[in-house]
Design a binder for this molecule. Structure first.
Ligand code: MN
Ligand code: MN
Length: 461
């Protein structure tokens, strides 16, 4: 891209002084959110706490729907939704934004703890699409829950405070890595090599000494976690470091888990500011996107349908056909990230149609692989209306196609929303190093995503 072309497209150059200041300010909140929130459960805790503070009321406590009402729904501690009731009936559809709050990571196996060569380790099973070699030789934190047989839930967050211990996966030294270095990158670090170093000091027990026993003792005494408890646990290893500003100009943010918590945070801030919308505004935060939106907390389940059914039940419009109409008449944004052009790897991008860091929020008509396989290919009639909305609300945006044709591919939750007949398009932030433990985004794009989502929920009709 030449300099003149850059000036036309770059969001920093199109924003005025106040907008630039506002963008930097907005991103301060985003930075602390990323440092604090690293799992789907923590996202639900954060979102529901903020929403309650801002006057959102749990759906269980709602007896009658009123325009302007702010409602909170949470499900299984891993999915939640915020709603602002509109003036038009639900059968005319809602304005829905869905983002996902799970990110690629390493999960502990059911029987994780073992000892070998004087060291104690945890076995893991990776979650989502990772490049395994990226997860070695870095500090890792352990987050999640352990559920005891009696139902007691133990919340775990280890490795986040400055003076906390952390965990790690040791990498092979270069001196002895001759064979490893000749392997394909996908095989250099294998799934079963992602073993977490958790202890090295043996405990003397009568005749025997064992590192594993000492770890087991610490787990029992300090955390009330016993060996069998790992069989009913959800424990996730994530990078232990904080989110940081990137670059001399502090124009970017680097952090773990921005796919897709950048959409979660921006749509959350947006709906907190939505007041008395014409159509009911809904922000949905879902789990399991990174493994195909499966399970009862993923968007292939009936979450959207169940939420609308419950609302319509409360509104007294409990009729199967009216529910179908509400779903079909809904407008949606699948709020998810796209790949930003990486200047070091230009060979995988087609620069006329791929998205760039700093050029505004990305509208992605289709994702998929090969011939758009598995893609929601958004309708142009809908895209035209979204364009008009963005133009009227000074949302700087760009198109984005995920890399060159036939070079790979990917998907989002859009197709599962489209199944209901609703209009939906992917709309989110461009990311460098997506799915890596340190993803990078532009503060300008984060700010534009917030503006896009707010205008969509407040005034799209
Ligand atoms: Mn995503
Ligand atoms: Mn992803």
């Amino acid at each position: 891209m030449g300099e003149n072309e850059l000036a036309k497209k770059n969001a920093w150059l199109q924003m005025n002084k106040e907008e630039v200041e506002d963008a930097y300010k907005f991103n301060q909140g985003y930075l602390s959110f990323l440092t604090k929130v690293k799992t789907e459960r923590e996202a639900v805790d954060f979102i529901t706490a903020v929403a309650e503070q801002k006057g959102f009321i749990n759906l269980d406590k709602i007896e009658k729907l009123k325009p302007g009402q702010k409602i909170l729904i949470s499900f299984k501690n891993k999915v939640c939704a915020l709603l602002v009731i509109g003036r038009t009936p639900l059968t005319e559809g809602i304005n829905l934004i869905a983002s996902h709050i799970d990110s690629p990571r390493l999960d502990l196996k059911a029987r994780p703890l073992y000892e070998t060569d004087g060291l104690a380790l945890f076995k893991t099973h990776y979650y989502g699409g990772i490049k395994k070699y990226q997860w070695v030789a870095m500090p890792l934190a352990l987050h999640g829950v352990v559920v005891k047989e009696d139902g007691q839930v133990i919340n775990v967050s280890m490795g986040e405070k400055d003076d906390d211990f952390v965990f790690t996966i040791a990498d092979l030294l270069p001196h002895l890595a001759k064979d490893q270095m000749e392997k394909k990158m996908s095989e250099a670090v294998k799934g079963e090599d992602l073993n977490i170093l958790i202890g090295s000091r043996p405990l003397q027990v009568e005749e025997n000494s064992s590192v594993k026993s000492y770890i087991a003792q610490i787990l029992k005494e300090k955390y009330n976690i016993e060996d069998d408890d790992f069989t009913s646990a959800e424990l996730e290893l994530v990078p232990a470091y904080a989110a940081r500003e990137v670059g001399f100009d502090r124009s970017m943010i680097g952090a773990y888990g921005q796919d897709d918590r950048v959409s979660a945070y921006t749509s959350l801030q947006a709906i907190l500011e939505v007041e008395n919308p014409e159509r009911t505004a809904v922000c949905l935060f879902v789990d399991k996107e990174e493994i195909g939106s499966t399970g009862n907390t993923g968007l292939q389940s009936l979450i959207i349908e169940n939420i609308l059914a419950e609302l319509m039940h409360i509104a007294g419009e409990h009729d199967y056909f009216l529910l179908r109409k509400a779903l079909t008449n809904t407008f949606a944004l699948s709020a998810d990230v796209n790949a930003a052009v990486d200047p070091t790897y230009p060979e995988v991008f087609e620069k006329m149609n791929c998205s760039f860091l700093g050029n505004g929020v990305v509208m992605t008509k289709y994702t998929g692989a090969r011939g758009k396989s598995e893609s929601n290919d958004a309708n142009p009639e809908y895209l035209g209306r979204v364009r008009r909305l963005f133009a009227n609300n000074k949302v700087i945006w760009q198109v984005g196609e995920l890399g060159k044709v036939d070079i790979g591919g990917g998907g989002t939750v859009a197709q599962y929303m489209a199944a209901y007949g609703m209009e939906v398009v992917d709309c989110g932030v461009a990311v460098l190093g997506m799915h890596s433990p340190f993803e990078v985004v532009s503060k300008a794009d984060v700010y534009m995503a917030y503006r896009a989502y707010k205008s969509f929920m407040q005034s799209f009709d």
